[in-house]
Design a protein around this ligand. Structure first.
Ligand SMILES: Nc1ncnc2c1ncn2[C@@H]1O[C@H](COP(=O)(O)OP(=O)(O)OP(=O)(O)O)[C@@H](O)[C@H]1O
Ligand SMILES: [Mg+2]
Length: 261
């Protein structure tokens, strides 16, 4: 996947404009997991939405192999999950996980849907509806749905952001083994530096106004990154380094808006 020279400015009425993204470029290797951290408002979600083809950049382009976000979406091979799980309340867990099949005009594959539910620990809840599930369970459904059609690229925008720390740790472990099994190229946005360092091959630190890449860290730690690893000195040193870079990025982040012309 290649993101090349992305610019995006949002108008803000008489108050001027927001330079949400300024010359963002980076590559992702196949099977790579890249995490993005940065202060609130630095353009992380905007970047993800552009890569997902949900927003158009002012300049620059996104390539996923020979595909653009639009062609990949048309082929139903782009997986997306957001903080707001976005489940349909009237569909069961099986219905929600199988939704991408319906949207792609394919017959749902019950065996595959059951396997996906199993991967996220929800085998017993296939017939439950979202209101019968906890927040963590709903995020698991959302994750299972995002990988249902075996995406070429998986985009996750703070998928566990609304959950308590313990549930979050559990889901991180699950995401880790899921990702190890599937090998899907994944871009993960998170507010947690620990989460980023635990899961990623590489961490990008963004700064705000204009939104830009401030620093990049390669995470050469062995996998699986279990509790022993996350308690080890190399892990803690990396967390420390990324955190202090994030502090610098926050300090270097400019005013909320640009003045109007
Ligand atoms: N549709 C929009 N219209 C106008 N401004 C927008 C729009 N979407 C985002 N912005 C602005 O672009 C900037 C980046 O927003 P974005 O949501 O990408 O930040 P973020 O890094 O995801 O923040 P957070 O960590 O709080 O989720 C913000 O200043 C925001 O106000
Ligand atoms: Mg966001």
């Amino acid at each position: 996947m290649r993101v090349a020279g992305i610019f995006k400015t949002f108008p803000l009425g008489k108050k001027g404009s927001v330079r949400a993204l300024d010359a963002i470029s980076f590559d992702m290797a196949q099977r790579e997991l890249v995490a993005v951290v940065g202060p609130s408002g630095c353009g992380k979600s905007t970047l993800l939405r552009i890569i997902a083809g949900l927003e158009t950049p002012d300049a620059g382009e996104v390539r996923i192999g020979a595909d653009t976000p639009a062609t990949l979406t048309a082929r139903h091979r782009l997986g997306v999950a957001f903080q707001d799980h976005g489940l349909l309340p009237w569909l069961t867990v099986a219905g929600n996980i199988g939704l991408p099949y319906r949207l792609a005009g394919l017959p749902p594959d019950p065996a595959r849907i059951a396997a996906l539910a199993g991967m996220v620990g929800l085998s017993k809840f296939l017939e439950a509806v979202p209101r019968q599930l906890s927040g963590g369970m709903r995020q698991r459904v959302s994750l299972a749905r995002s990988i249902a059609l075996d995406p070429v690229l998986l985009l996750l925008d703070e998928p566990f952001g609304a959950l308590d720390l313990v549930t979050r740790r559990t889901l991180n472990q699950e995401l880790q083994s899921l990702w190890t099994d599937l090998g899907t190229t994944t871009l993960l946005i998170t507010h947690s530096v620990e989460e980023a360092v635990q899961l990623a091959d590489r961490v990008l630190v963004m700064a705000a106004r204009p939104g830009r890449i401030h620093a990049e860290f390669r995470i050469d730690l062995p996998r699986p990154r279990d509790r022993a690893l996350t308690n080890s000195l190399p892990f803690l040193n990396l967390v420390q380094a990324v955190s202090s870079s994030l502090d610098d990025a926050s300090a270097a982040s400019g005013e909320q808006t640009e003045p109007g012309a």
